[in-house]
Design a protein around this ligand. Structure first.
Ligand SMILES: Cc1cc2nc3c(=O)[nH]c(=O)nc-3n(C[C@H](O)[C@H](O)[C@H](O)COP(=O)(O)OP(=O)(O)OC[C@H]3O[C@@H](n4cnc5c(N)ncnc54)[C@H](O)[C@@H]3O)c2cc1C
Length: 514
């Protein structure tokens, strides 16, 4: 058994293995003639004081080899007669549901509207360079879902919902570095995620599962409270036994389809705002008390939350060393989100800053589409204001707070381009006023946060699903359609890669149990 030892040290000390070994020996009272092996167990940064500390935790074995961190899982080859499970969507939820299905002897068959990773990349280049949007292949749709070309942050607060460790271990098994099992705020990076997703795809297929790209669910047919057939790409009909719906928060056509088929959906709270970009050096200095990130300290992140007039305003999906990406999925809209490479070595730091929105904010609070319509209207207003391309409206942060149009911008990482717009004039008052007050509060907590060197890009609107597809907590079955399993972010039950993957795994366990 490995022993675990915890201590704090300076950032410069963590790479000095001689010093670390001596510290371990001293703390565990290990004799000089005893051999030890050790490795990182957990690691986090405490930058609250001027002297930044690393909370270090090491696994140690005395006079023996370290026990492995975990044992690779052997996914079984499926029996030819294995019962089939149809899954719509190859995002984290769909893929992890498929892996878990294999462990339980079910044959997963995934239909994904978007393209495989390689073909998808070409569509992203066209979107960024030429403003040409493919509504089925973009930053949200395609193999790996919205998570593929993301930052790959794997931190989740939803630990109670399921086995976070299992998700992370499977990710390591499929190619992520073991650092994600160590760091308090693990991340993978856009450059590494595609290979990992491809490895998951290959495993699913080699075990006997099936994945079909450019296969969009376009219709479904119900009888006696069950779906008996689905339609793919407007023509192919498939008889199904159970349907797992893992289509993500941007599949608006799926919400329309469910509504048309009189399958219950509900309006759901979500959040909307803007994406703010500082330079990374600037954020490093603010967070690290004047110091820059270096070989010992990673590019600094921040996390902010405040209440403005009883409404939450918070930072969302902060990407140190990242890029702002064009994440629209339909015509007449612009949407931003952020990603970063594994080294987080871009010169910018961006973060969504978003305002909580409730169905009760609107007159038609019982209309399931009330929050979605609000989201659509903001995305369209921003598209119109920035010239009806994939450029986005933008403003210096100081100017945003003062309500002045910006005359000069520092460079932005958003490659399709930014256009100077007074965002006060296009964002709904509810959003603008809450953001403005929140920025003033953030500036008190992190003096210097408001500066015209930071650029506000609008909108950050796809934070979570504005619609809930209600299911029974006990068995994950839709409240009205017993063989429909709405899961993860699109159904309103997850937010982020890990929690979506957990929901996919849990769904299979529910199917097995009930
Ligand atoms: C740029 C960006 C950066 C992000 N960064 C992070 C991050 O760092 N950390 C984090 O935790 N989260 C991040 N996210 C969010 C994260 O990607 C999502 O929370 C997660 O992917 C949700 O998983 P999901 O499986 O529920 O849905 P999705 O990943 O959205 O997958 C749904 C899939 O269903 C497919 N689909 C939709 N409709 C149909 C249909 N009709 N027929 C067939 N297929 C369909 C879509 O093409 C898609 O592939 C980021 C998102 C973006 C866009």
């Amino acid at each position: 058994m490995n022993q675990v030892i915890n201590f704090t040290c300076k950032p410069e000390e963590v790479k000095d293995l001689f010093l670390i070994e001596n510290l371990i020996r001293e703390k565990l009272k290990i004799k000089k003639n005893q051999k030890i092996s050790f490795r990182w167990h957990r690691r986090s940064i405490d930058a609250r004081q001027k002297q930044i500390k690393i909370n270090a935790s090491f696994e140690v074995a005395i006079e023996s080899a370290l026990a492995p961190r975990f044992i690779n899982y052997e996914f079984p080859i499926l029996d030819k007669l294995a019962p089939q499970l149809h899954i719509i969507g190859a995002g984290p939820a769909g893929l992890f549901a498929a892996l878990q299905a294999i462990t339980r002897g079910y044959k997963p068959i995934i239909y994904e509207r978007g393209k495989d990773i390689r073909s998808r990349r070409r569509d992203l280049a066209k979107l960024t360079r030429d403003h040409i949007l493919n509504p089925d292949s973009n930053y949200c749709f395609g193999e790996g879902g919205a998570g593929t070309y993301s930052d790959g942050k794997l931190y989740t607060r939803s630990k109670k919902r399921g086995d976070v460790q299992k998700v992370l271990e499977w990710m390591v098994q499929f190619g992520a570095t073991e650092d994600i099992l160590i760091d308090a705020h693990p991340h993978i990076g856009t450059n590494k995620l595609p290979k990992l997703i491809e490895a998951i795809r290959n495993k699913i297929i080699s075990c006997g599962g099936e994945i079909y790209f450019e296969h969009k669910l376009t219709n479904l047919f119900t009888e006696n409270g069950k779906i008996h057939e689905i339609e793919i790409n407007g023509k192919k009909r498939i008889v199904i036994n159970r349907l797992i719906l893992a289509t993500g928060h941007s599949a608006r056509d799926i919400f329309d389809l469910l509504f048309k088929k009189q399958i219950k959906i509900l309006a759901k709270p979500f959040a909307l705002g803007v994406r703010v970009e500082h330079t990374q050096d600037y954020i490093d200095r603010l967070q690290y008390h004047g110091r820059l990130s270096d070989e010992f300290l990673p590019p600094a992140a921040y996390s902010m939350v405040t209440q403005v007039d009883n409404r939450g305003v918070y930072s969302f999906c902060m990407c140190p060393g990242g890029i702002i990406a064009p994440c629209a999925t339909g015509s007449q809209e612009v949407v931003t989100n952020g990603w970063s490479p594994s080294k987080r070595n871009n010169i910018y730091a961006n973060s969504g800053i978003v305002v909580g929105i409730e169905p009760s904010d609107f007159e038609q609070k019982n209309n399931p589409f009330v929050c979605l319509e609000f989201q659509k209207n903001v995305e369209k207003a921003c598209w119109e204001a920035a010239g009806k391309t994939q450029s986005v409206p933008a403003q210096g942060l100081q100017d945003f707070v003062n309500g002045n149009i910006s005359t000069q911008f520092p460079r932005s990482s958003y490659q399709p381009g930014i256009v100077s717009v007074n965002l006060k004039e296009i964002l709904p008052d509810l959003i603008y006023n809450h953001l403005r007050k929140a920025f003033i509060d953030f500036n008190k907590k992190m003096p210097g946060f408001i500066t015209n060197d930071a650029v506000v890009h609008a909108p950050e609107s796809r934070t979570s699903s504005p619609i809930l597809i209600p299911r029974n907590a006990l068995n994950f079955q839709h409240v009205e359609i017993s063989n429909l399993y709405p899961i993860a972010e699109g159904a309103g039950y997850a937010g982020g890669i890990v929690s979506a993957a957990i929901d996919g795994i849990n769904c299979i366990e529910k199917i097995v149990k009930y």
